[in-house]
Ligand binder design. Structure first.
Ligand code: ZN
Length: 189
């Protein structure tokens, strides 16, 4: 089941990819993010992922170099209501195709929030999904960027400490074996 405020992620194992320099190319076709929010997303994503050699660019992506595509949409697909982000898999590999659902996220965060705070939250959901791909890691951790549960308060807060990524993180025991099947749901209630 997918709960409100969850991040849905699709699975499985393949080569880790943190060795390269990746660009997350953001497509925001409905212009859901205002320029100030975009600025905040870019700053926070760089803060979280710069050390992992992954950057982020809106709408136009520089040619060359490996790319991850991130689509900003208003709502998740039918049946996945309340999901904040998504990374899909194809067969046994997590694809560089990510989505963040802005409408779901804003409702989850509550209003009003500053552009800076909303941008941080968007970046943190995007970074979570990006790490699933970059590490080809379908599972979640007890703490850090890949933790399954993040509060609205944490997503909005200026303090980035809860979103540190530890490649050697302790697996989330709540996830269980079911997460290795088809779809894993990373709840962020
Ligand atoms: Zn996840």
């Amino acid at each position: 089941m997918v709960k409100r405020g969850s991040i849905l992620i699709a699975l499985l194992v393949a080569p880790a990819a943190f060795g390269g320099s990746w660009t997350v190319c953001v497509t925001d076709t409905s212009t859901l993010l205002t320029p100030p929010v975009r600025g905040a997303v870019t700053r926070e994503f760089h803060s979280l992922m710069g050390g992992h050699r992954a950057g982020l660019a809106f709408d136009k992506c520089a040619k060359g170099g490996p790319k991850i595509h991130l689509l900003i949409k208003d709502e998740p697909p039918n049946g996945l209501e309340g999901v904040l982000g998504l990374a899909r898999r194809k067969r046994d590999r997590i694809e560089p195709q990510l989505q963040v659902f802005y409408g779901s996220l804003v409702r989850y965060l509550g209003e009003p929030n500053s552009a800076e705070a909303i941008g941080r939250a968007v970046a943190r959901v995007a970074a979570h999904e990006a790490v699933h791909f970059l590490e080809q890691q379908p599972h979640h951790c007890q703490r850090g960027l890949l933790q399954a549960m993040m509060s609205a308060y944490e997503l909005l807060a200026a303090d980035p400490a809860p979103f540190h990524f530890d490649p050697q993180c302790a697996p989330d025991p709540a996830e269980g074996q079911a997460a290795t099947e088809t779809l894993a749901n990373a709840a962020i209630p």
